[in-house]
Design a protein. Structure first.
Length: 319
């Protein structure tokens, strides 16, 4: 092997060990063949900065660009890490327009990192579309593990976790939320739901109405100084949280899995004639479910393209 290449590899190893991100960029420029482009999906702390691993800090420091939801939020994180990085907005509103350009840059040899405001990108996050496109294009993708509110809350709740289902955010309107909770009640596993602190009391009341015999836990301010876990029967927990007034901090609701008896009873109660897509659309619109959320739910239920279902929903709403 030529001595220049040997010296390059030795210098690169030393630069990485010392965390000298500028040196790493300079060395990469000397011979791009040794440092191919890559999309790095990087998990960032959800509250406690000490949860960022050395690998997370190194990859962010070596990146040619860091794509993020909010440059102000990620800028504060980079400052805390002592990293000078080129930050570029890449949130839900601009993701689709940015994907092609990002893939071209990775293909040309750039090391592009993608982060969310907090936690693991790609989970209930538009970053999934970027990863999907990169893999379809045959480009290298690496995942740098980091904290996730889903798994942290599940463990902190103390509820059984052999099987669990992550829902993300429920519909906001009460009718649509109760309809979705009725569907989730048939899932044979623990449920994990994200919720805003402003709406969590109302959502817990709806959980109590839809699944009155379930145990539930509200996990709040994960990894932060005032981390809290409140548990109880769904109705009891709903009353307790309602009495406390408005909460602060990001909230995760964890709902216990149904017993075999409850699941059998629910399945028997819903074993009547299945409604058609048209009937389901009408019922969803009547309940006040937003068109986009209704289309997403029914597309999943009927295994149909979301765009096709959305067109049907719009047509029904306009009729």
């Amino acid at each position: 092997m030529p001595s220049l290449v040997l010296q390059h590899l030795e210098d690169l190893w030393q630069a990485r060990e010392l965390g000298r991100s500028r040196g790493a960029r300079h060395l990469r420029a000397r011979d791009d063949r040794l440092m191919p482009g890559v999309l790095s999906v990087v998990g960032t702390p959800i509250g406690n900065l000490e949860d960022a691993s050395p690998r997370v800090r190194r990859v962010l420091g070596e990146a040619d660009a860091v794509l993020c939801e909010d440059t102000r939020v990620t800028g504060r994180l980079m400052s805390a890490f002592g990293i000078s990085a080129r930050l570029e907005r890449c949130d839900e509103n601009v993701m689709d327009a940015r994907i092609a350009g990002v893939l071209e840059r990775v293909a040309a040899g750039e090391r592009v990192a993608f982060v969310s405001d907090a936690g693991m990108p790609g989970v209930s996050d538009p970053g999934q579309r970027l990863v999907d496109a990169a893999l379809d294009a045959g480009l290298p993708v690496e995942v740098i593990p980091g904290p996730s509110a889903v798994t942290c809350a599940l463990v902190a709740s103390g509820l059984a976790s052999e099987h669990f289902f992550f829902e993300g955010f429920l519909p906001r309107k009460r009718g649509a939320q109760l309809a979705r909770l009725a569907e989730l009640a048939l899932v044979p596993g623990t449920l994990v739901v994200y919720e805003s602190p402003r709406r969590v009391a109302e959502t817990l009341a709806n959980v109590a109405e839809a699944m009155p015999r379930r145990r539930a836990a509200l996990v709040r301010e994960l990894t932060k100084l005032h981390e809290e876990v409140v548990r109880g029967e769904a109705a009891e927990l709903a009353e307790l949280i309602a009495a406390r007034g408005e909460l602060r901090g990001e909230c995760v609701i964890v709902i216990s899995a149904p017993t075999e008896e409850e699941l059998a009873a629910r399945r028997a109660a819903t074993a009547g004639p299945e409604r058609t897509l048209t009937e389901e659309i009408a019922a969803g619109l009547e309940a006040g479910e937003p068109k986009s959320a209704l289309a997403k739910r029914l597309a999943r239920s009927f295994s149909l393209p979301r765009a096709e279902v959305y067109d049907a929903v719009v047509a029904a709403a306009s009729a």
